[in-house]
Design a protein. Structure first.
Length: 659
C-alpha cells in the first residue's frame, strides 16, 4: 500500500503548555492496528503543534505535540488512508483529548519487570512569565520537599479482572514504601525537588499488566495544578516450569517416564520476588504462552510434546502432555507472541521464559525379532519340520541364537525410536515364554547366555538393539533343556520376551496375532556317528550326521553346516576288543583321530572323519567305540565304532532264481 491504513497515537492524556509532550506514533497496516505494522517509512504531521515526523517502517516512533495555551486539544496525525486513532494509557480508553495546563507535573515511569524497583521521575513546572509564556518552563517547586498526591488505575487488565494490588512508592531516603491503592483517592508521598524542579521516587508493583499512574500537586499560592498522568507496564520475571508423573510404575534412576505416557506440566508466571502473578492471562488482550521441547540427548534427537495445553488461571497453566520419543528432553515455556515480548514491548527482561530439564524417556515397548543365523523350517521336508508353521525358525537347545530387540516410541502409530541410542539405554534381558504375551516361562528349560562378552548384552542404535560384539559375539542367548543327553526332548516353541528395569517389555497381548515377541522352536540335537570297517594298517572313515529329535525319533538336519571345529581332546575311544584290548577294554594309546584331519566339518548335516589304528599295528583284528563328546555343545555325540581287520561286505545284490 502507498499509505498506512491509519496512524495510532498513544499518549498519557495531559501535557504542559510550556514544553512539547512526547507521544508514540504507529503506522497501522489494518483497522485493529495489530502487528505486523505498515512496513515502509512514512512522514506524518501531528496536531496540535504541526511538527513533522518520520515513522519508521514497522516500528513505534516517538514524536511530540505542543500547545502554548491552556485547554483541551484533539490529537491527530495526517497521511493515513483513514482518520488517526488514539490510545489513552492513563484512562485506558481510545480518547484523543489531551489537556494542556500552564502549571503542572511531568511524570514518567519506565516499563519494568514486576517487583523490581523502577525509578519514577516527577518534575514540577510552570509556564514562564511574559514574554516567554507558553514557550519555556520554569520550576514550580524548587529546592523543597512537597507532598505529591499519587493515584493509580488498572488499565490492562481492567479493574473488573485485575488483582487488587497497590502501587508502592517512596522517596529516596524514606525507610518504607507508601501504598497507593488503585481506584481510590490520592495518597500523599513527600518528594524532594531540586533546583530544576525535579524529584525521583522508587516504585514497586507486584503484579503484571498496564497501570495508569497519576500525580497532582496543590499549593496555597499556586492553586490546584493540572494533574500529570502516565502509565507503565510490568512484565513477569520468569515462567517456572514443573512436572510430575501421573503413573505409579517405578522406573530406573535417571528415567522420567515412558514415551507416549501422559505426565503433568505446570507453568507459573512469577514476579522478581518469586510470587505468582495472577494478572497474567487476564490482560485486555490476554497474554498466552507456548511450550516447546528440545531433545538434549542424543544430539539432533527428534520428538514432539503433544497434548492439550491448559488454560491460564490466576497466572498458572496446567497441562497433561506426553512426549512421543525416547531420550532426555528440556521443556521451555515462553510467551506466545511473535515478538516473544510481554504485551509486545521490546523492553529488557520482557522476553519471559522458563525451562525444565527432565530425565530420560524410556521406550513405549520392545519387539523381539529373530536375526540371521537361525534355521528356517521351510528348508526342512514337511514330514520332519519341528516348527508349528512352515514360516517358523528353529535352532538347537544349547546353541546360541541370534536376535534383535527393537525399541518403539510413543507416537500415535508407534515406530522404532530414532533416539534410543547410546549408553543411557537400559539393559535388556530375555525370557522364553510359553506363548506370545503369555505369563508362563517355558517349563523344563532355562534361558541363559553363552558368556564371554561384558554387559550390556544389547547395544542400541536408533532404536535397534543388537547383540554386543555383533555377528562375532560370544555372548549369545541360549536355551538349555532340563533333560540331559542322551535323554531327548521333543521340540519346544518359545516366545522371546525382552524386558528392562523400567517395566518396558515386549509383552503386549495374550494372542499371538497381536504379539511383538519372536517365535523360535528349540530341538534336541545329536551328532550320530556311523560304524567304520577297514584294514588294521589303514585309517577307517567314520560318518558324522547332524540330527534332531521328533516323536518318531531322530531325523537328519540338512541345515547344519559346521566348518573346522578342532577335535582337541573331545575324541574318546572306549571298550576296545580283541587285539586292541590292553586289559579290561582299555584302548591302546596309539588309537587316534588321523593327524592330517584335525577338524570336523559338516556340510548339509553330514561329515566324515578318520580314525587311525595304533602304531605299530597290533596283530589281528580290533574294535573300539568312538565318541566326540560335546565337541559341538548343541550336537552331543552319539557313539559309533571303528573296526580294524574286518572288511564290511557289500553292497551286495541278492538274487533268487526259481525254476
Amino acid at each position: 500500500a502507498s499509505a498506512p491504513h491509519h496512524f495510532q497515537i498513544t499518549h498519557g492524556g495531559s501535557a504542559l503548555t510550556c514544553q512539547p509532550q512526547t507521544v508514540t506514533v504507529t503506522a497501522c497496516a489494518n483497522a485493529a492496528c495489530t502487528a505486523p505494522h505498515y512496513s515502509a517509512s512514512i512522514k506524518t504531521t501531528l496536531q496540535p503543534g504541526g511538527a513533522e515526523f518520520t515513522v519508521s517502517g514497522g516500528a513505534n516512533t516517538a514524536a511530540t505535540v505542543s500547545r502554548s495555551t491552556a485547554g483541551t486539544a484533539v490529537l491527530s496525525a495526517s497521511g493515513g488512508t483513514n482518520a488517526s486513532t488514539c490510545v489513552n494509557t492513563t484512562a485506558g480508553n481510545t480518547s484523543c483529548d489531551m489537556a494542556f495546563s500552564d502549571n503542572g507535573l511531568s511524570l514518567s515511569v519506565p516499563d519494568h519487570v514486576a517487583m523490581t524497583t523502577a525509578s519514577v521521575t516527577v518534575q514540577a513546572l510552570k509556564s514562564a512569565p511574559a514574554p516567554n509564556a507558553g514557550k519555556t518552563c520554569v520550576p514550580l517547586v524548587a529546592n523543597a520537599t512537597a507532598n505529591i498526591s499519587f493515584s493509580c488505575k488498572y488499565v490492562s487488565p481492567g479493574a473488573d479482572k485485575a488483582a487488587k494490588v497497590p502501587v508502592l512508592l517512596k522517596n529516596s531516603d524514606a525507610a518504607s514504601y507508601t501504598s497507593v491503592a488503585c481506584g481510590g483517592a490520592g495518597t500523599a508521598v513527600p518528594l524532594k525537588f531540586n533546583a530544576d524542579g525535579l524529584a525521583t521516587a522508587s516504585l514497586q508493583y507486584a503484579e503484571v499488566g498496564n497501570v495508569g499512574l497519576g500525580a497532582s500537586y496543590t499549593s496555597g499560592t499556586v492553586g490546584a495544578s493540572a494533574p500529570a498522568a502516565t502509565a507503565f507496564t510490568a512484565a513477569p520475571r520468569e515462567f517456572v516450569v514443573t512436572a510430575s508423573r501421573k503413573s505409579t510404575a517405578a522406573l530406573l534412576a535417571g528415567y522420567y517416564e515412558k514415551a507416549g505416557v501422559p505426565f503433568t506440566v505446570v507453568v507459573e508466571a512469577r514476579n522478581a520476588a518469586g510470587k505468582v502473578v495472577t494478572n497474567f492471562g487476564q490482560e485486555n488482550t490476554p497474554e498466552n504462552l507456548t511450550l516447546a521441547v528440545k531433545v538434549t540427548d542424543p544430539a539432533n534427537g527428534v520428538g514432539e510434546l503433544l497434548g492439550p495445553r491448559g488454560a491460564i488461571t490466576a497466572g498458572v497453566s496446567t497441562s497433561d502432555l506426553w512426549f512421543t520419543e525416547t531420550g532426555m528432553i528440556e521443556v521451555t515455556a515462553q510467551l506466545a507472541r511473535t515478538s516473544l515480548n510481554y504485551m509486545d514491548l521490546g523492553v529488557t527482561g520482557f522476553d519471559t521464559k522458563g525451562r525444565l530439564a527432565l530425565g530420560y524417556f524410556a521406550p513405549q515397548y520392545y519387539q523381539t525379532v529373530l536375526d540371521s543365523g537361525n534355521m528356517a523350517c521351510s528348508g526342512i521336508q514337511q514330514a520332519n519340520r519341528p516348527c508349528p508353521a512352515a514360516t517358523g525358525m528353529f535352532t538347537h537347545a544349547k546353541q546360541g541364537f541370534f536376535i534383535k530387540v527393537l525399541a518403539f516410541n510413543g507416537a500415535a502409530t508407534p515406530g522404532v525410536s530414532a533416539n534410543y541410542t547410546g549408553t543411557w539405554a537400559a539393559p535388556v534381558t530375555l525370557a522364553a515364554m510359553t506363548k506370545a504375551g503369555g505369563k508362563v516361562v517355558t517349563p523344563n528349560a532355562t534361558l541363559g547366555w553363552t558368556g564371554g562378552d561384558a554387559a550390556p548384552r544389547f547395544v542400541f542404535s536408533q532404536g535397534t538393539g543388537t547383540l554386543a560384539g555383533g555377528a562375532g559375539s560370544k555372548n549369545l542367548p541360549v536355551l538349555t533343556f532340563a533333560a540331559k543327553y542322551p535323554v531327548a526332548t521333543l521340540p519346544v516353541t518359545a516366545y522371546l520376551r525382552a524386558t528392562d528395569g523400567n517395566g518396558v517389555s515386549s509383552e503386549r497381548a495374550e494372542t499371538p496375532a497381536a504379539a511383538v515377541e519372536a517365535e523360535l522352536t528349540f530341538v534336541s540335537g545329536q551328532l550320530a556317528l556311523g560304524n567304520a570297517y577297514g584294514s588294521q594298517n589303514a585309517v577307517a572313515p567314520v560318518d558324522a550326521t547332524a540330527q534332531y529329535y521328533l516323536a518318531k525319533g531322530y531325523v537328519i538336519n540338512p541345515l547344519v553346516t559346521v566348518t573346522s571345529v578342532p577335535f582337541g581332546s573331545f575324541a574318546t575311544f572306549k571298550k576296545c576288543t580283541r587285539a586292541f584290548d590292553t586289559g579290561n577294554g582299555v584302548c591302546p594309546a596309539g588309537l587316534r583321530i588321523e593327524d592330517s584331519n584335525k577338524t570336523l566339518q559338516l556340510t548339509n548335516g553330514r561329515g566324515k572323519f578318520y580314525v587311525a589304528p595304533p602304531k605299530p599295528a597290533l596283530g589281528g583284528t580290533g574294535a573300539a567305540d568312538v565318541s566326540l563328546g560335546e565337541l559341538i555343545p548343541y550336537l552331543p555325540s552319539a557313539t559309533g565304532s571303528a573296526t580294524f581287520g574286518i572288511y564290511r561286505s557289500g553292497p551286495v545284490i541278492y538274487t533268487r532264481e526259481v525254476y
